[in-house]
Design a protein around this ligand. Structure first.
Ligand code: ASP
Length: 456
């Protein structure tokens, strides 16, 4: 007995053939006129009908075997066939790759798009990768901990999503750009080795294939140095590729290391692509870029943290922290795969005085330091251990390993390049009553404003 979807139906004179599909693959059904009821039912079957069949598995007659599919040497001779549900004509065919189908249409009907072979495989391989990461962290002694999504801002250099509070009108939660502060606080708590498959939110102007929410393998450890983190992450990547993508080859082990200075001088990039043959889908070039600058200036000339303000400056550069911050290097590192940044982290500050100095160098007013980061400074006064960590971008890693150019291809329900969810229809207006409950008033839209002004 099997159940699944009618992938393709072919009438061959008397015989009816249906390719029945489920998650595991396809099997050919053959329905002969002798089985009258089944035959009658099979006549009505159309693409993507949901079927239940019972019958006998038989070897396909010689010559009829199809070596391209796993079940190609057998077929199921159907005795009983039940249509469990019907299907309208689909907006696009799911028995073919949807690469060339309009992406908006694919996203609107994502649940159909995900029926296609490539999208299904991407989803399953993503599961395998994430499971591997989780198991690896577990065997290395890491504890998985969930941290809150309704919280206060944590600076990672992006704009934040805010959530109005109903119970505290006029106040807002912020969705975390990363669990950065929580994971550091877990080190102060004595957890020693933390990880999380963490959802991160960043309200960026959408560039190419960025997503407003994305997943990281987020990690933090106590009593470690940069070398320990590099060793653990190299081990993870090497084992992951060996186990899940045995056909792929890592160009160089241990992964080459470049300082940020060297990378910029030699390649004019902080994520150079070190592949020898970019056409070879099985070549993977992994490398580390280390010793990033601690600060950089934006277009307006304001000093900002290159990684984030919890990153520790190199001890030998500390003397010029205030006098020449741009010369200060950080204990920060990125991991690069085929020219893509797939992760980054740093050894953190665990000393209250140094953390306070860094906030001051960043030009944050004393009052704001206390308001925004008082809890971190406070925590560092209660026996904070030396600690550091890293976060790997799961979407990007899965996309590269699956040979996809866009991360949307490896996310089941992604947003468009304009940060819209076309399937659910988000973002959307909400009821006036909901706004009232939240104590929020909509500002008149621009068009409305113009009208009011002209009236005056
Ligand atoms: N929180 C950092 C990020 O999201 C990663 C880290 O420093 O561990 O990029």
């Amino acid at each position: 007995m099997l159940a699944g979807w009618a992938h393709i139906r072919r009438d061959h004179g008397k015989l009816i053939f249906i390719d029945l599909r489920d998650r595991s693959g396809i099997i050919q059904l053959v329905i002969i006129p002798d089985k009258e009821e089944a035959y009658k039912a099979a006549k009505d079957v159309r693409s993507e009908f949901v079927l239940k069949v019972e019958g006998l598995v038989k070897a396909r007659p010689g010559g009829a075997a199809n070596e391209k599919i796993a079940t190609g040497c057998v077929e199921l001779e159907v005795e009983r066939l039940t249509i469990l549900n019907q299907a309208k004509a689909l907006p696009f065919e799911v028995s073919k790759d949807t690469k060339d189908i309009n992406e908006e249409l694919r996203l609107k009907y994502r649940y159909l798009d995900l029926r296609t072979e490539r999208m299904k495989n991407n989803t399953i391989m993503r599961h395998k990768i994430v499971k591997f990461m989780r198991d690896y962290c577990d065997t290395q002694g890491f504890i998985e901990v969930e941290t809150p999504a309704l919280t206060k801002g944590t600076p990672e250099g992006s704009r934040e999503f805010i959530v109005p509070s109903r119970l505290h009108k006029g106040k807002f939660y912020v969705l975390p750009q990363s669990p950065q502060q929580f994971k550091q606080l877990l080190m102060v708590a004595g957890l020693e080795k933390y990880f999380q498959i963490a959802r991160c939110f960043r309200d960026e102007d959408q560039r190419g294939d960025r997503q407003p929410e994305f997943m990281q393998l987020d990690m933090e450890m106590s009593f470690i140095e940069q070398e320990d983190i590099i060793r653990i992450i190299e081990g993870l990547m090497i084992e992951l590729i060996k186990n899940i993508y045995p056909e792929k080859k890592i160009a160089q082990i241990p992964f080459p290391r470049l300082t940020w200075d060297e990378a910029m001088k030699k390649y004019n990039s902080d994520k150079p692509d070190l592949r020898k043959n970019k056409e070879d889908p099985n070549e993977l070039a992994l490398e580390w870029v280390v010793d990033f600058p601690m600060f950089s200036r934006d277009k307006e000339g304001n000093l900002g943290a290159e990684h984030h303000p919890f990153t520790s400056p190199k001890a030998e550069d500390m003397p010029t922290l205030e006098s020449n911050p741009e010369k200060v290097r950080a204990n920060a590192y990125d991991i690069i795969l085929n020219g893509n940044e797939i992760g980054g982290g740093s050894i953190r500050i665990h000393d209250r005085t140094i953390q306070h100095r860094v906030f001051q160098v960043l030009g944050i007013k004393e009052e704001d330091i206390q308001k925004r980061f008082g809890h971190m400074l406070d925590a560092f006064t209660y026996g904070a251990p030396p600690h550091g960590g890293i976060a790997l971008g799961i979407d990007r890693i899965v996309a590269i390993l699956q040979g996809e150019i866009n991360i949307r291809e490896v996310i089941v329900f992604p947003k468009t390049g304009e940060a819209e969810d076309l399937l659910m229809g988000a973002p959307s207006e909400i009821e006036e009553s909901q706004l009232q409950e939240l104590g929020i008033k909509k500002a008149p839209s621009k068009a409305l404003k113009v009208k009011i002004q002209t009236k005056k």
